[in-house]
Design a protein around this ligand. Structure first.
Ligand code: AMP
Ligand code: MG
Length: 426
């Protein structure tokens, strides 16, 4: 049976980065830049004040202190978005607000807190007299934001391959770029299989269950920035399955759940093998052993034949989610042009004893908390592969290697963090 790594390598080998598309920057969150972005402006566009205060010549403040303030003549006020009309000459100051351009002649800003403005009882009389008292020395460049210090003109601001996060959207906005070229989001067709399944909005007849997999899987598809295409439920009949699978023809990936285990009506894997190409079936992992991976025939938007990767996820509610995290997620990230495919993982001290008599790699659901500088993991409770609440309680998956027969309480193991932010641009 394939290991998790071998299975993943086989899947990744079958997919490529998708094409680029141009979208409004607000829609690009989580997508990967398909162009270098070079700014044609400086941000900020000119030297400006980092503080509300007074623009001065720093040499005029030499020796100033609370005890022996230095008084300067206030000649003007300049607001953010305004233009200074006066120059600073020795002995003068200009009242200035954060973001306002530095008047020529000034080399420093004294913040209000270091003056009698809004502070000293005499301020009002001083202000009436057009004066300010300075209580502290300043130095050249203090509280001055330099032209282009955030983004320099003609320099590469963002490199192709960067993952777009809120900061990158802000950077693009600040240089006036409203649309951006990014790798497009994969469209993922999702099909549930099973005679026992009923749509979520329909009443539940005896013995039937609602189709939950389509929803948890669609949630994961969306979480990782892709577009779910809901194909609904196919009964366990060959005819219906083949018909439904046709609807996945224009998708970038097909995910089915159920129908891949050993039962009489587990038809999905047989149909992949017959109509498409089966690459592997079964992985040495728990939960999620009966994972099938193959390719089905589809068409791109120009009508050209293409192979669509098809992951036949196990039907059990937890198994299909864990399989998604292990195999589908990295595959989608590769298609989206991302480089970092690994789930964030940390060392945790386990608070349960876990027996591995399956000889497979176990991914148990756990609640992971930091206490006294260490991460601790405790299992969510019963780990049956159909117990979806175990997934709902968990924020991580503890990993028990296939060859480890027993993990004792207090041992350190690896855990995959399910909800950690995963994007870092270096
Ligand atoms: P299967 O692999 O088709 O035998 O399914 C394994 C188990 O998962 C069975 O107990 C199914 O009832 C359950 N199951 C399959 N598909 C779904 C689904 N879409 N939603 C919830 N449970 C499912
Ligand atoms: Mg089934």
């Amino acid at each position: 049976m394939l290991s998790v790594e071998e299975a993943l390598q086989k899947i990744l080998a079958e997919v490529n980065v998708l094409e680029a598309e141009t979208v409004p920057i607000m829609e690009a969150l989580g997508q990967v830049l398909a162009e270098d972005i070079i700014s044609d402006i400086n941000v900020p566009p000119l030297d400006n004040s980092a503080m509300d205060g007074f623009a001065v010549q720093s040499k005029d403040t030499r020796g100033a202190s609370e005890k022996s303030p230095i008084t300067l003549k206030v000649t003007d006020t300049v607001l953010a978005g305004g233009t200074p009309k006066k120059e600073i000459v020795t002995g003068t100051a200009i009242r200035i607000m954060t973001g306002a351009p530095i008047p020529s002649g000034a080399d420093s800003i004294v913040q209000f807190e270091d003056t009698d403005d809004q502070k000293n009882k005499d301020a009002s009389s001083n202000q009436r007299a057009g004066q300010v008292s300075i209580f502290a020395e300043t130095r050249p460049g203090r509280n001055v934001r330099r032209t282009g210090e955030s983004i320099a003109k003609d320099k590469t601001t963002l490199k192709r391959g960067t993952v777009i996060r809120p900061a990158e959207i802000g950077l693009m906005a600040s240089i006036g770029k409203s649309r951006v070229k990014v790798i497009r989001r994969p469209v993922v067709a999702i099909l549930s299989t099973g005679d026992e399944l009923i749509e979520v909005e329909k009443p539940l007849p005896d013995g039937k269950i609602h189709d939950s997999n389509a929803y948890s899987i669609a949630g994961l598809v969306k979480r990782y920035g892709c577009i779910p295409k809901m194909l609904g439920i196919a009964r366990d009949s060959e005819k219906e399955l083949v018909k439904k699978l046709k609807q996945a023809q224009d998708a970038d990936m097909l995910l089915t759940t159920g129908g891949v285990s050993m039962g009489d009506y587990d038809l999905v894997k047989d149909i992949i093998a017959r109509d498409g190409e089966m690459v592997f079936w079964k992985v040495r992992v728990k939960p999620g052993k009966p994972l099938a991976f193959g390719k089905i025939k589809g068409r791109d938007k120009n009508g050209r034949a293409k192979n669509i990767p098809h992951l036949g996820l196990p039907g059990n509610a937890t198994s299909c989610m864990v399989s998604f995290e292990l195999f589908v997620r990295p595959t989608l990230l590769k298609m989206m042009g991302k480089q970092n495919l690994a789930k964030p993982s940390i060392d945790v001290i386990i608070e349960n004893t876990i027996i591995n008599d399956a000889g497979r790699r176990i991914y148990d659901r756990a609640i992971i908390e930091k206490r006294n500088g260490h991460y601790y993991a405790r299992l969510t409770g019963p780990q049956g592969s159909g117990i979806l609440s175990s997934m709902s309680l968990a924020n991580g998956l503890v990993v028990i290697p296939e060859e480890t027969e027993k993990v004792n309480k207090g041992d350190t193991v690896q855990a995959l963090m399910l909800d950690w932010n995963e994007e870092v641009n270096i």
